[in-house]
Design a protein around this ligand. Sequence first.
Ligand code: AMP
Length: 212
Amino acid sequence: MYIVLLGPPGSGKGTQGQILAKRFGLNHLSTGDLFRAILGDEDHPLYPKVQVVKEGKLVSDDVVNLVVEDALNKEEYESGVIFDGYPRTVAQAEALDDMLSSRDRKVDMVIDFDVTEEVLLDRLLGRRVCSSCKGVFHKKQGYDKCPKCGGKLITRDDDNEETIKERFEEYKNKTAPLQQYYKSGDSKYICIMVDDVDKTPDDIQKQIIDKI
Ligand code: AMP
C-alpha cells in the first residue's frame, strides 16, 4: 500500500506517519528527514542543493524526485510506503505517479490534515524532535530526553517564526494545489480536521482509523 500524507508544516504528518507505518507494517519515508541528514554531511553531492531548507524554501523538484526514486529502489520500500512531506508540488505528484506505475503500483490513499493556524503555530514553536529515533514531542510535555529511546531532544533549525512564515507561504502556493490534484484522481482521499491544541496524537490516530 502507498499512502501520501498531505498537510502544512506542523500538521502531524511525521507523528501520524510513524504510528501508521507501525500499525500497517509500511515504511515511513520523510523527505524532510532525508534532507536534514544531507545537511549534516558536507561531503554529500546534494549538500549545496539542499541549503534552501534552512530558509524554509522547497528543494527543487528534480533533486527531490531523484532522492525519492533512489529510496524506492531499495528493497525495504517494496512492501509499501507512507510518504511524509512528498509530494509537495504538482510536478512531484506527477513524477510519483510515473515512478509507481513503472513498478505496477499506485497511490492508494491520501490523508490530508486540515489544521488551524493556531494549532500549527503552537506545535511548531513547541516542537522537540529526538535526534536519534526522530520521535516528535512538545515542550509542554516536559521531557529532558526522548521517552522512547533516551536520545537527545532538539529544536529543528527551521522551527523559528521567520522560517515558519516562509514554509507556510510555500505550502499555500505550491503544495495546497495538490488537494485538487488528488481529489480528482482515483486514490482514496480522506481529510482530517484538527482545530484544538489539546487533541492528542492518539485522538487524531483514532479519527484516521475511523475514516479509513
Ligand atoms: P519537513 O520535515 O517535511 O517539514 O521538511 C523540511 C524541509 O525540507 C521543507 O521545509 C523543505 O525545505 C524540504 N522538503 C521536504 N520535503 C520536500 C519536498 N517534497 N519538496 C521540496 N522540499 C522539501
